[in-house]
Design a protein around this ligand. Sequence first.
Ligand code: GMT
Length: 372
Amino acid sequence: MRIGVTCYPTVGGSGVVATELGIEMARRGHEVHFICYALPYRLGRVPPGVTFHEVTVPAYPLFQHPPYSLALASEMADAVRHHGIELLHVHYAIPHAISALLARQILGGGPKLVVTLHGTDITVVGADPSFLPIVKLGIDEADAVTAVSQALADATQRRIGVTRPIEVIPNFVDSGRCDADLVAGYRRRLSPDGAPLLVHASNFRPVKRVMDVLETFRLVQEQLPAHLAMVGDGPDRGAAEKFARNAGIAHRVEFLGNVTPVEGVLGAGDVFLLPSEEESFGLAALEAMACSVPVVTSNAGGLPELVEHGRGGFLFPVGDTRGMAQQIVALLADPAELARQKHLAQQRARCFATGPIADRYEALYQRLLTAA
Ligand code: GMT
């Protein structure tokens, strides 16, 4: 098959899933074309079987808001025309689904369109009245729509008013990415005294509730000495650093910014914390579990589909920092139970191995192209 992939090339989970899936399809012998505004960060060295098409938006004084969606549509149409792309798979509905529909109009027909919904493209920005009608059009007109959890599929029906079927295909992880030497190096750096290490990774947007991470850590720290590693960057980072200073925990908290590969830090932790307000899936939690790290999360969105309470992970109501802290203290105070939970976390992550989940996308592509 000749497949075009569009995603955000940044460090977020939708870009990671899109890139790893594209790489897997290329490994399986398909021709994969990434059409994005920058080389996806997970692509690294472009593997054989993958071609990158960069979308550039010309500057013009009138363009206070350069029309990226239109440049993307033109680049998609161009790549389809010159490389015989049979199917476009776009990740994150805004604006990728609409650009793909425009590309098809430019071509007067053409490739099949798969739209994968990832989360805030529905629950936050997608549900905003300024985007809702265009998101709904992109979803209604695609040949197939997938969502990374049942919770997100339900939210799409409820909040966007979509009635068409949405196939749920969960995210996946490659457990082989957790390198023992790298993990050991981070462990030495982040916990030089050997005290337990908590880890959080996100884009520090308000939905991630990073202050809850710090408050939970503060409560843990009242009971036993620990360290906290904060991975990632985003709008709430400054406020989070200030919170840590005001709460008197700054000397035990390290803000690392974006780290590549993230598994080095994730695997160095004893517990991973993700207390989000909204979370369609929680790829970072899955990546931590794949590195044998139990997770303490909120029960928002799709997290209960990933985390089985008491089996490598623990779910709490959004905002229940006290409950999360108590659970963490109980785990850290019981080395045998912590070891058992680490094992269970890794076992659970195996249910989300790349192979079988990529099979489902491949079968979907094949179904669409056979129906053509
Ligand atoms: O929307 C975001 O905040 C970022 C987005 C992304 O591009 O990484 O995250 C969403 O997609 C991930 C991959 O499918 C999911 O693991 C995240 O749970 C989801 N984020 C939210 O729902 C907040």
